[in-house]
Design a protein around this ligand. Structure first.
Ligand code: C2O
Ligand code: CU
Length: 479
């Protein structure tokens, strides 16, 4: 795949629409005028000590956007399981931020949460061994109280983990394995409007959809089957994605890895932070629109009321035959809690968890390394979601019912409609650190910024009662 050639075409598709973007309040049908931008694969080097190293520069772009190694969004980082990676994250923004590896299983000091602040002008260099199943993960800033603005400006990118010997799924990046980063924006005369990130109950709900930073996008496909890696990187909006003709496709992966077997579906709901990988089949010469059709358009308690066209898929006149979809995908086995597994309960209210606001100095939960626990999330109000750093979980039930097959795979984020209850079987990792916490929180970014977040540490089993529940102010690690 020729990135250089494609990129030069693309910069027009990305920036042109920004300059001519509309700011109307109504949802307009799209004209599909712009070729979908495919984020370039991030270049890497092998350091003398064997680490694969990447350089990510967080920098201001044009028209109010921020980007990573560019004006808006970031490159796609792609690594293999087992590789040791090192990231040089340089903050060229006018203020402090962080870069969090959402979905990565790694030591807390490398996690890029609110405790790993990167001052303006500084470089943070976390490193770790990638040891987790194939997955579509991503990265975005996580500064205390400012995540909504930083992500909305455009700081986000994909981080793909491949596992050698995986199933025969379409995997030619940008050709039959196409990332779709879905975000809603508000534009005014081609400039990003950043003011309303804190508006209302849910925060910013934009009227203009960008896919990979492209407004009004189309994509040409050249194979009979195409894998789309969906990432909802919106501040708060939930999408219910499918094709305009309601054709069936197959879900092959969730947040934290592949499913056991493909799950047929014609709509999938995806809330902020979640990833869903689908494989769809196309006939030569056809066009079909990918869209989002809200389920609860009359219900102001769910941030998903609007319908959007997302992307026109244009199939070439002749398509290269894809391998048949494998029956078994080899995804991780479901997490099964052992008898007597510890149960922790989390009640979500307007912007609190268990009646408390986020406190960077307070450790809320202490978890023994390698534990398998049941986390019960009880939503007492309007819609939220719940994300846990560092873990993979299996959804045991939603309102007492098993989840739909497409949500049965390994996950790290779960959507909770108004008043929903979910039970999760959570497998924790083995990187211990009693003084550096991981986060759990609502991934509707306004809620997260308002304090709907808690902190947990992973410690050596048997030492839980010895762990201090407060950590010193200004306890920051700069890697
Ligand atoms: Cu996507 Cu705590 O984050
Ligand atoms: Cu919330």
């Amino acid at each position: 795949m020729d990135f250089v050639k494609r990129r030069s075409l693309l910069s027009l598709a990305v920036l042109g629409p920004l300059l001519s973007g509309c700011s109307g309040a109504d949802v307009q049908p799209l004209t599909f005028a712009n070729r979908l931008h495919i984020p370039p694969l991030a270049p890497s080097e092998i350091d003398p000590d064997g680490f694969r190293s990447f350089a990510l520069n967080l920098q201001p772009g044009k028209n109010g956007t921020w980007g990573i190694n560019g004006d808006h969004l970031g490159p796609t980082v792609r690594v293999k399981r087992g590789e040791r990676v090192r990231m040089a994250v340089t903050n060229r923004l006018p203020e402090a931020t962080t870069l969090h590896w959402h979905g990565m299983r790694l030591p807390a000091r490398m996690d890029g949460g609110p405790h790993q602040s990167i001052e303006s002008g500084a470089t943070w260099t976390p490193q770790w061994t990638v040891d987790q199943p194939a997955a579509t993960t991503w990265f975005h800033p996580h500064p205390h109280g400012k995540t909504a603005t930083h992500v909305y400006r455009g700081l986000a990118g994909l981080f793909l983990v491949d596992e050698p010997g995986g199933p025969a799924l379409p995997s030619d990046y940008g050709v039959d394995d196409i990332p779709l980063i879905v975000q809603d924006k508000i534009l005014d005369n081609g400039r990003l409007v950043t003011g309303p990130v804190d508006n209302g109950t849910f925060g910013l709900l934009g009227d203009t959809i960008m896919i990979n930073g492209t407004i009004d996008p189309y994509v040409e496909v050249t194979t009979t089957q195409v894998r789309f890696r969906l990432l909802n990187a919106s501040n708060t909006r939930v999408y219910r994605i499918g094709f305009a003709d309601n054709r069936t496709f197959h879900v092959v992966g969730g947040d934290a890895g592949l499913l056991r077997e493909p799950a047929p579906a014609d709509r999938v709901k995806i809330s902020p932070g979640e990833r869903i990988e689908i494989v769809a089949a196309f006939s030569p010469g056809e066009t079909v629109v990918l869209n989002s059709i809200g389920e609860n358009r009359r219900d102001a308690n769910d941030p998903e009321e609007d319908d959007f066209e997302l992307l026109k898929v244009v199939a070439a006149a002749s398509l290269k035959p894809s391998k048949p979809l494998p029956r078994a995908l080899g995804g991780p086995a479901p997490v099964i809690p052992p008898p007597g597994a510890r149960v922790r309960r989390f009640a979500l209210s307007g912007s609190e968890i268990n009646g408390r606001d986020m406190d960077m100095n307070r450790i809320d939960e202490v978890v023994p390394a390698g534990a398998v626990e049941i986390w019960e999330i009880d939503n007492t109000t309007y819609a939220h979601n719940f994300h846990i750093h560092e873990v993979a979980f299996t959804i045991l039930d939603i309102n007492g019912e098993p989840p739909p097959a497409y949500l049965a795979g390994p996950k790290d984020t779960v959507f909770l409609k108004k008043h929903a209850d979910v039970r999760l079987a959570v497998r924790f990792g083995r990187h211990t650190d009693p003084v550096t916490p991981y986060m759990y929180h609502c991934h509707l970014l306004r809620h997260e910024d308002k304090g709907m977040m808690g902190q947990f540490v992973i410690v050596d089993p048997g030492t839980e009662h010895l762990i201090p529940r407060t950590i010193p102010t200004g306890h920051h690690h700069h890697g």
